[in-house]
Design a protein around this ligand. Sequence first.
Ligand code: AHM
Ligand code: MG
Length: 340
Amino acid sequence: MTQGPGNLQTIESHILELQSLHPGASGDFTGLLNDITLAARIIGREVTKAGLVDILGATGEKNVQGEVVQKLDDYANGVFMNCLGRRGQVCILGSEEMADPVYVPVSQGSGRYVVIFDPLDGSSNIDANVSVGTIFGIWKRRSERTHVGEQDLLQPGRDLVAAGYIVYGSSTMFVYSAGHGVHGFTLDPGIGEFLLSHEDIKTPFNGHVYSVNEGYAGHWPPEVRQVVETLKTGRPGRDGGMSGRYIGSLVADFHRNLLYGGTYLYPPTGSMPRGKLRLTCEAAPLAFIAEQAGGYASDGQGPILDITPTDLHMRVPLYIGSREDVLWIEKCLSESCGKL
Ligand code: AHM
Ligand code: MG
């Protein structure tokens, strides 16, 4: 007799199980996470067709069906805006792609959640068929529904109720945490379902990989140069130096390091004294995932999760990955490497 598949679990049923941990839950949070999985499926479908843009029509032009072809990051942003909070669960939506947050009118629901996302991170890689990703964070509204404002939008990562990312790579994977560990689901394109493939991910305590754009080394502060040099040549007490792996697509670099161990660095440069990455839609959600998996994320001085944003698009230096390695980098940056 042919054996059927083992214990398959879809992301929807995993999310429903979460709800059962909170008796009396309204289902708003469950509905919101499910909306995000729908957006992920739609964006994933378009990303896999990206290579056909040139033969079906370049962005800005009309395609063979007479529709205007959008840039994929704009498209992904539109998908998130249309899918999220359709049942009135959201009071604010913030996106890397939009200068200002969108406040959802009170008349459209109870709006208990704030969602900030980067709909398509690393999109400059798409034309070369390199993995890209989506990142999202979900916070709870703090104010009365009628007084929603910056105090709800600008919350530290420590107050996230859930965060996650989708990596569009050789498979499409959805990785999320709602504060009970990190779980990964792989899209089965045949049935259009995300199936549990990586339960309770724990990242290695230290790793053999560092991921950084070394082209900027000449523009880094001297202490960062010293840290990277030491990672390459070997830290005291460690066998040899680390290997470099840099895709230049944050979600993909982070995901690989999460599974295999390693550290991703985006330090300040002369022209970008706070680095390039955004706190609310990139660094904080990934820091939440890292900590839930046993890793750590720092801005070089302290935990990313403890930083309260002052602006939706605030940038922050980012050192994220295996706990021991990032703690060492943090110590090195704040105390001077030479003494370590
Ligand atoms: P984006 O949000 O404009 O796509 O930029 C973020 C991306 C990350 O995915 C990636 O790690 C980083 O920028 C690469 O930057 P650089 O080319 O400076 O190394
Ligand atoms: Mg981005």
